[in-house]
Design a protein around this ligand. Structure first.
Ligand code: IMO
Ligand code: MG
Length: 431
């Protein structure tokens, strides 16, 4: 698997960190290509639990080189905090972390602005993670941002910050809010620039050379397809291209580089923050999923809304992003439900809808059309082969594979590293 991408097919929190950790064991390089510290990727190794926001989840595997690509918006304080935290737990990143000199920087006032913009939206607030993501990407695309390369040049960044903060202060002033103090941002920025310096590099060049040499590169997506800035439930999305479509732009690898594209889905659906969620279940089944899946945000601690597998969203995520394989996560969390529902289409104004509508207001009004399956009560966390699963579970996952028209090559049945069923070539279809 020379160049592989792992991406989320729902509204984030699919278990990407877990799969990246698994694949990183066979990779030379792991690279994040978009998003920022809004991500919360969890890796569990025995008694140890690691929650990463900015560093690639590949860092937990000791022999990997890890890259924060140019498409990421880098909060240098959080980055260094994660580096120090891991060092304190015996995981050294010396010589195996690189940060793109083209990556944009999330500055303290981006977080202030994230919250201010949410306040100004009032009842229409997006429920962001308050990590400054929208304002930092906004600055990038209006060509007023600061990049890692600038952070290393104090003579350059004063001018950039003056102009950048001036524009934000005009908005704050209109809203009757306190302005951002340019001098204090400049002060804070100076010290952190020196800490980032040893890691900054032309990471596209590093990746291209590695690709030429045939080394295994793993591209780690954050967030998920439902949060994609183009294809997701706009405006209730994040500000980046979450799938493999973002890999080339966010790393410098060519668009033809990807050999394998692994879409990650949970066996059910969760969402945190505002926006449409047709298959949400607010009754006992949704509560069961929340409890069994410990569905609390890894970044904000917010409880996640829970519901059934949304085949309309996941199909679109598989087809538009070219998934070559699926990892189906947290199947064990469905154990104990009397029945399990799977949404295969929506109904809107009396008509059948097979793709998510463009307008979030319409998406919100969609009612799911469900297929209903009998549940199972067995604890399946010990299953390591497909045949170990109860018949009801086999029927359900077979149908998921059919709906996605893509082979399910991993089924996870627990949070531990070894708690999964490998399925080379997908789930066998009975003849
Ligand atoms: P991982 O990588 C789940 C959601 C927020 C909000 C919207 C916009 O762990 O899957 P932002 O801070 O990005 O401007 O917020 O996106 N969101 C996530 N939800 N998992 C994530 O990351 C998310 N990152 C952002 O809750 O609805
Ligand atoms: Mg998460």
């Amino acid at each position: 698997m020379p160049v592989t991408c792992v991406y989320g097919m729902q509204w984030g929190d699919e278990g990407k960190g877990r799969i990246v950790d698994l694949l990183a064991a066979k990779s030379d390089i792991v690279v994040r290509y978009q998003g920022g510290a809004n991500a919360g990727h969890t890796v569990i190794v025995g008694e140890e639990k690691y929650v990463l926001h900015l560093l690639p989840s590949g860092v937990i595997q000791p022999n990997t080189i890890n890259i924060v690509g140019n498409g990421v918006v880098v909060d240098p304080w959080i980055l260094m905090h994660e580096v120090d935290h891991l060092a304190g737990r015996g995981i050294s990143l010396d010589g195996r972390l690189l940060v793109s000199d083209r990556a944009h920087v999330v500055l303290p006032h981006h977080k202030t602005m994230d919250q201010a913009l949410e306040t100004l939206r009032g009842a229409d607030a997006l429920g962001t993670t308050s990590r400054g993501i929208g304002p930092a990407y906004g600055d990038k695309f209006r060509r007023a941002g600061m990049r890692v390369a600038d952070l290393l040049h104090p003579d350059r960044y004063e001018e950039i910050l003056q102009a950048n903060i001036g524009a934000w202060n005009a908005i704050l002033d209109k809203a009757g809010m306190d302005p951002i103090d340019v001098a204090s941002v400049i002060d804070e920025t100076r010290a952190i620039g020196e800490r980032i310096r040893p890691y900054a590099a032309d990471t596209a060049a590093v990746l291209l050379e590695a690709m030429k040499a045939g080394r295994a590169i793993l591209c780690e997506g954050a967030q998920g397809f439902g949060l994609d800035v183009d294809h997701g439930s706009y405006p209730f999305v994040t500000s980046s291209t979450t799938g493999p479509a973002g890999v080339s732009a966010g790393t410098g690898l060519p668009p033809t580089a990807l050999d394998r594209i692994v879409g990650i889905v949970k066996a059910y659906t969760t969402r945190v923050g505002a926006g449409p969620f047709p298959t949400q279940d607010t009754g006992p089944s949704g509560r069961h999923l929340g409890e069994a899946g410990h569905e609390f945000g890894a970044t904000t601690g917010r409880p996640r809304d829970c519901g059934w597998f949304d085949g309309v969203l996941a199909r679109r995520a598989a087809f538009t992003q070219g998934a070559t394989a699926i990892s189906l996560m947290k199947l064990d969390c469905l154990s104990g439900l009397d029945e399990i529902k799977l949404c295969t289409s929506y109904e809107l104004d009396g008509r059948r809808v097979d793709a998510p509508p463009a307008w979030a207001g319409d998406w919100e009004r969609c009612t799911p059309v469900y297929e209903t399956f009998p549940g199972w009560s067995e604890d399946i966390s010990g299953a390591r082969r497909f045949e170990d699963l109860p018949a009801a579970a086999r029927t359900y996952v077979r149908r998921v594979q059919e709906v996605l028209e893509t082979p399910v090559e991993v089924i996870s049945v627990g949070a531990e590293r070894e708690q999964f069923i490998p399925l080379e070539g997908g789930i066998p279809v009975p003849v």
